[in-house]
Design a protein around this ligand. Structure first.
Ligand SMILES: Cc1ncc(COP(=O)(O)O)c(C=O)c1O
Length: 389
């Protein structure tokens, strides 16, 4: 099938949504789409060949993380890693206590798990507020912890506004109180310096390949030993009885190749991105009716998000797309209605403004001339999207 898009040159500023598959990562996957096709659970030699590759992948993933191979569970992506962490840990510990804590700016793959447990399985949920930059205060966590708290989940880096959370500090508070700590680090890996999974002080850490030039539909959950969360998928003893289902070896090979290539030295190069992002920030700051959102310092190096008075995200993104520019908003649009982003609402932004979010997230292929192109068209795109001004 062939797709035809506008003749305009594409400016892809949506790397937080996904990244293109790296050529070397694709190469690393190919043997598992061809000659190595066995089921790693089969006892015969064709299966054992696949098992050896799976064991090797697990060892290499663990090495990048600074963890033990037994602490790595491969999943079908970031969403599944978060679901396994939250449902798995909460249900395991329900007899001990039924209080969960998360933050108001989590990805829905965390928030909706916690909300489900509160609504359907008798848990109580505390949602930590954030400041105007989107950061959780460690003192708020200290105040929210109770004797019956069993799990705290706070993300490492926010996907919508790029704000970094003080996860090491939050994790240390939980550890001191004997409470499990999960961090959704899906947006962290490949972007921020990483010296080993211990830096998060977390018991559970979610990773997802397609955010750093790996394939889609694969990720992993780091589970600090000896923790053994309840499974959420049943039907086999795979992944040491923590995740049933025949492993997707090609995807796992891609995840591991991407981890080795792009995590130790982050593929999102801070030095290269800094002038590009600085130019976008000064542009945003200079435009009337436009408000930068997120943290000015404690944030991902690639993300610039802003709100536009009198406009809505759908019109803004469509206007940018017509100019060949791919951007995103944190808002979910369903059946033509635009819900304000829960992240932006949590910053204390009034409802009318909250559904006008535009997020530019830059990456490996981004250039200054692309930024200049955006600087050229943005004022007119905004003007067209602001009928009320
Ligand atoms: C912070 C965060 N968590 C989880 C996810 C979900 O990951 P996946 O797309 O692998 O399911 C995303 C993806 O956008 C994300 O940004």
């Amino acid at each position: 099938m062939r797709y035809f898009f506008a003749a305009l040159k594409t400016v892809y500023f949506d790397y937080n949504a996904t990244t293109p598959l790296d050529a070397a990562v694709r190469e690393a996957m190919l043997p598992f789409l061809g000659e190595v096709w066995g089921n790693p659970s089969s006892v015969h030699h064709v299966g054992r060949q696949a098992r050896a590759a799976l064991d090797d992948a697990r060892e290499r993933a663990a090495k990048v993380l600074g963890a033990k191979p037994s602490e790595v569970v491969f999943t079908g992506g970031g969403t599944e890693a978060n679901n396994l962490a939250i449902f798995g840990a909460a249900r395991l510990l329900k007899a001990k206590g039924n209080h969960l804590i998360t933050s108001a700016v989590e990805h829905h793959a965390v928030l909706q798990c916690c909300e489900y447990l509160a609504k359907k399985e008798g848990f109580t949920l505390s949602v930590l507020p954030v400041d105007g930059a989107g950061r959780v205060a460690p003192d708020d966590l200290k105040r929210a912890l109770r004797p019956d708290t069993v799990l705290v989940s706070v993300m490492a880096a926010n996907n919508e506004i790029g704000t970094l959370q003080p996860v090491a500090e939050l994790g240390a508070i939980c550890r001191e109180r004997g409470v499990l700590f999960h961090t959704d680090a899906v947006q962290w890996f490949g972007k921020e310096p990483f010296s080993g999974v211990e830096q998060f002080n977390a018991d559970l850490v979610s990773v997802c390949a397609h955010k750093f030039h790996g394939p889609k539909g694969v990720g992993l959950l780091y589970i600090r030993s000896p923790l053994h969360p309840d499974p959420i998928l049943f039907g086999g003893a795979h992944e040491n009885e923590r995740r049933a289902g025949t492993e997707n070896l090609a995807a796992i090979a891609g995840l591991v190749a991407a981890m080795e290539k792009f995590i130790p030295t982050p593929v999102f190069d801070r030095a290269k991105l800094a002038p590009l992002v600085a130019r976008l920030v000064s542009l945003v700051d200079s435009l009337p009716g436009v408000q930068f959102v997120g943290a000015r310092t404690e944030r991902l190096a690639n993300t610039v998000s802003f709100l536009v008075a009198g406009a809505d995200s759908i019109t803004l993104l469509a206007g940018l797309d017509l100019e060949g520019v791919c951007a995103s908003s944190g808002s979910a649009c369903s059946a033509g209605s635009l819900e304000p982003s829960h992240v932006i609402s949590a910053l204390g932004v009034e409802r009318g403004l909250a559904n006008s979010l535009v997020r530019f997230s830059l990456g490996r292929e981004s250039t200054l001339s692309e930024v200049e192109r955006v600087a050229e068209i943005l004022p007119e795109v905004l003007r067209r999207a602001q009928p009320r001004r």
